[in-house]
Design a protein around this ligand. Structure first.
Ligand code: NAP
Length: 294
């Protein structure tokens, strides 16, 4: 343990909370822990953390309290009785939820004199402690700056802005991206797998392609922000023709086509709205009609 490191309390020792507490212990922080089921504290206590008997005792032990429980009702069930001890300290909430829940909790914290950062963890427990993984935060910039060195024990901390709901908003947006990408990859793996190509052989090629797709996103981001979608690289019409090739190839090989059919339907909606000659970025007007065309 390093006497210079900020003492931290971790509330919630499920899979994720245990990983968070372990990473902080690893970095030499004095760590106090509390979990509803006390036996889950044993592993991290064996590594050097100190167990508290109550949330109140746990909160009182450190200027920085990190909470990671199942959901917001659980969070408030644990922290409401400790609100007096939390006053004057910083609460970093890494419990998943909606932006509205994060904002409501920030308002509750403000009303009780508690500094608050809403956070989101962009990894699973084995990734905690790696500088490769992002931890997203929203809340007052000075609170983030004060605690940034401690939060860096968990991963690469990114401050998105002063709004405490931003981390939850990005979290769900990025999870949507992850599920779409992973399902697209699995669809491709199923398709080439029908002809004997292993997923292991397909994946390096898929990853190179994702690098190219990343450059499309950068180009289309400017179009989405401008509300103008010039189809000077590839039009929606040509994408509709191309996705038919995928649908036919998959159908011939017994691969489910729900995902490409959904994508085709969205492209056709954009085409019907007059975007046939525009770029794929024009589909944002289908997803969020108020985005329209400026
Ligand atoms: P978990 O292993 O199921 O742990 C849930 C934790 O919440 C436990 O500490 C549990 O205490 C506590 N809890 C549940 N209900 C409670 C209540 N009513 N009162 C007090 N404590 C309660 O889940 P996890 O994977 O650690 O996830 C925790 C949070 O991290 C979730 O919001 C999750 O979305 C988020 N997260 C998880 C991952 C991941 O990969 N696991 C990634 C990003 C974000 P007991 O031990 O007493 O049941």
């Amino acid at each position: 343990m390093d006497a210079g490191r900020t003492p931290v309390t971790v509330i919630g020792l499920g899979q994720m909370g245990s990983a968070l507490a372990g990473a902080l212990v690893e970095r030499g922080h004095p760590v106090t822990v509390w979990n509803r089921s006390a036996e889950k504290a044993r592993a991290v206590v064996d590594r050097g953390a100190r167990p508290a008997d109550t949330p109140q005792e746990a909160v009182a032990a450190s200027p920085l309290v990190i909470a990671c429980v199942r959901d917001y009702p659980a969070l408030r069930a644990v922290l409401d009785p400790a609100v007096d001890q939390l006053a004057g300290r910083t609460l970093v909430n890494l419990t998943s939820g909606s932006p509205e829940q994060a904002r409501d909790t920030a308002a509750w914290a403000r009303a009780h004199g508690i500094d608050y950062l809403g956070g989101a963890i962009m990894t699973t427990p084995p990734g905690v402690g790696s500088t490769e993984v992002m931890f997203l935060f929203g809340g007052a910039g000075e609170v983030f700056t004060t605690h940034r060195p401690t939060l860096a024990a968990l991963g690469d901390p990114l401050h998105l802005g002063d709004d405490p709901g931003l981390a939850s908003l990005y979290d769900v947006a990025l999870l949507g991206l992850m599920w779409s990408t992973m399902t697209g990859w699995l669809h491709g793996a199923a398709l080439v797998g029908a002809e004997g190509t292993s997923a292991a052989d397909f994946t390096p090629v898929a990853l190179r392609w994702l690098g190219t797709v990343g450059t499309f996103l950068t180009r289309y981001a400017a179009q989405v922000d401008a509300g103008r979608y010039p189809g000077d690289d590839a039009t929606v019409d040509i994408q509709i023709a191309a996705i038919d090739h995928l649908i036919h190839a998959a159908a011939d090989r017994g691969v489910d086509n729900a995902l490409p059919e959904l994508l085709k339907a969205m492209m056709q909606k954009a085409e019907a709205d007059g975007h046939g000659s525009d770029s794929y970025a024009s589909l944002v007007s289908v997803l969020r009609p108020s985005a329209g065309t400026r």
